[in-house]
Write a protein that binds this ligand. Sequence first.
Ligand code: PLP
Length: 466
Amino acid sequence: MSPEEFRQWGYKTIDWIVKYWENIENLPVLSQVEPGDIRAKLPENAPQTGESFEEILQDLDRIIVPGLTNWQSPNFFAFFPGAISGPAILGDLISGGVAIQGMLWITSPACTELETHVLDWLVDMLGLPEQFKSSGTGGGVIHDTASSACLAALVAAREQANADINKLVAYISTQAHSSIEKGIKIAGLRRENVRFIEVDRNYAMKPDVLEQCIAADLKAGLIPCYLAATVGTTSSNAIDPLAALGAIAQKYNIWLHVDAAMCGTAALCPEFRWIHQGMEFADSYCFNPHKWMLTNFDCTCFWVKDRTKLTQALSIVPEYLKNQATESGKVIDYRDWQIPLGRRFRSLKLWFVIRHYGVEGLQHYVRKHVALAQEFAEWVKSHPSFELFVNPPLNLVCFRYKGDDKANQTILDTINASGKVYFTGTKLDGKLILRMAIAQAKTDKANVELAWQLICEVAESLAVTV
Ligand code: PLP
């Protein structure tokens, strides 16, 4: 493709994206295809000779769009949000265009320095403790996912413990995200040395149970090593009590990692910073701008209090990567802060987002979503046939039709099959719970009203006695 053709098809590709967005509310939110439908439209073999870009773009509408679950629809309330924005996509496009590798400072100083700088900005923007700033012993890095960040923290914790891996114990709540358990499995700790700590009635980890567990493990000759707390659990947005958990972690010299995948973004607003109370105890912390901060996937911001603990755990320097800048000790080489070697220029999209919206623009989205979720919760509370399962601290509403699981499943399945709205459920205390995660960039009151109207209508029409 010549540069001129690239320009021409680049414009047309952007036009295609804008048209897709403009039409998104006419598309079913949940893809309606059957397994194998998409592959059935694809030719058996790859083309022998190149095809025109026009044909390729046309096939997006014919083949790909029917197989999309439209996460950017304002009627998407499932799982967790994946809110995006124009500046983020353009930043990502430029990252693809300049196509540098940011593994070492020398392989593109701008990639490293912009990342370090923007992550320092974010410490202030979120009111995080100064310990995470690069000006002290800490610093931030962008990972692909919270799963990777959690694994990197665990590897650093394992290194810090410097002990027989068979004796190391990790502590998580019964509500922690499955990626943490997966990380523990990958890091090689014994499965029987993972403790799933009981939660209270708000589904937050119980510090007294944690401490009892640690005491029992020490008595048994085991070594407590890693505690992962969650700010905003996936199922119900529970906020683990960081201050109490952190004091215990400090007492027993356990690495405290805090996972705030979706909810961390809320701390952009001073009135929601209570979610991070006790963060000064954390050895590491991560949140995902790719969930609720208008930045398209992938972008997890990950900070450590002591960067040398991370780099000692992850640094191996082969001959071909040696260079004077590294040897000077004056630069950061981010390959030592993550599991892969290669890395994309992810900070560009984050920089674009922060500069385009400013702190106030980003706060506006958070406040809008939290207000919508609180309003939805009021509708649930005032309806005789529905119950709120927990008081929503932020933007996720967990509720239930006052019937059995089958009735709740029917409500979920009927609405999702209609394609008008997509939302998902979870299990809490063995019961099926309906969840509305309200945080897509374009979601407004009318979308939330539509979802609630459908939920009530379906419940009635199914004669599940509303
Ligand atoms: N942690 C929590 C609390 C989550 O809700 C999720 C995703 O749902 C994750 C971690 C995993 O995020 P990622 O896909 O960035 O690994």
